[in-house]
Design a protein around this ligand. Structure first.
Ligand code: TYD
Length: 198
């Protein structure tokens, strides 16, 4: 069996993960590689429940919230990530278990325990951690997208999330300064992918 590659995009809300992921996917496809793009929370029943939670997080406990993200990931790993890795594909995922450690960590759960409870999930070959000051990312969300902040995106909370992300030190993590112009962010991402994966 061949072995594919798993690349996770991580970071606080408003850092441009989704756009950067699509751009990298197009670039890699242009090189003739087979690329699968995916995201968490997924569209499973757990993911749908999580999206309802965005509107009112007080409707469940931090433990219940964590369990929803874990169940959603378990499905994602079993149904997509493991089979596609086994088929030799390159998978780009918009968020993975570092988001759980950072966000549910900020919600009061222990990040070390969260990592331990994610041990079923394959360790990514590369994590592109997009970094940005939470004030800037929130301004981008509000002005750029014209969106209301959801419950996962409040400033105080997002600062805590950013602090957790800043503390992670796994060797698979590459930090990318997402406050640069988007084209420069993409250039740095491509350079990082080339040197770390190929
Ligand atoms: P996001 O990537 O912003 O999805 P969408 O584009 O559908 O809004 O993720 C939604 C929120 O979920 C985001 O604020 C981070 C949060 N989240 C967690 O709290 N824990 C997790 O494990 C994941 C994957 C996401």
């Amino acid at each position: 069996m061949e072995n594919g590659m798993l690349v996770a995009f991580e970071g606080i809300d408003g850092t441009g993960k989704s756009t950067q992921l699509q751009s990298l996917a197009n670039f890699l496809k242009g090189q003739g590689l087979t690329v699968i793009t995916t995201y968490e929370p997924t569209d499973s029943k757990y993911g749908r429940r999580i999206r309802e939670l965005y509107k009112d997080r007080s409707s469940c406990t931090p433990e219940e919230e964590l369990n929803l993200f874990l169940e959603d990931r378990r499905l994602h790993v079993n149904e997509l990530i493991e089979p596609e890795l086994a088929a030799g594909k390159i998978i780009l995922t918009d968020r993975y278990y570092y988001s759980t450690a950072a966000y549910q960590g900020a919600a009061g759960m222990d990040p070390t325990e969260i990592f331990a409870r994610n041990s079923f999930a394959p360790v990514p070959n590369l994590v592109l951690l997009l970094t940005m000051d939470p004030e800037i990312s929130i301004a981008r969300i509000q002005e750029g997208r014209g969106e209301e902040l959801n419950d996962f995106e409040q400033l105080d909370q997002l600062r805590k999330v950013a602090d957790h992300f800043a503390a992670f030190a796994d060797p698979c993590i590459a930090r990318i300064n997402a406050a640069q112009p988007p084209e420069q962010v993409q250039e740095e991402i491509r350079r990082t992918v080339q040197t770390r994966l190929f």
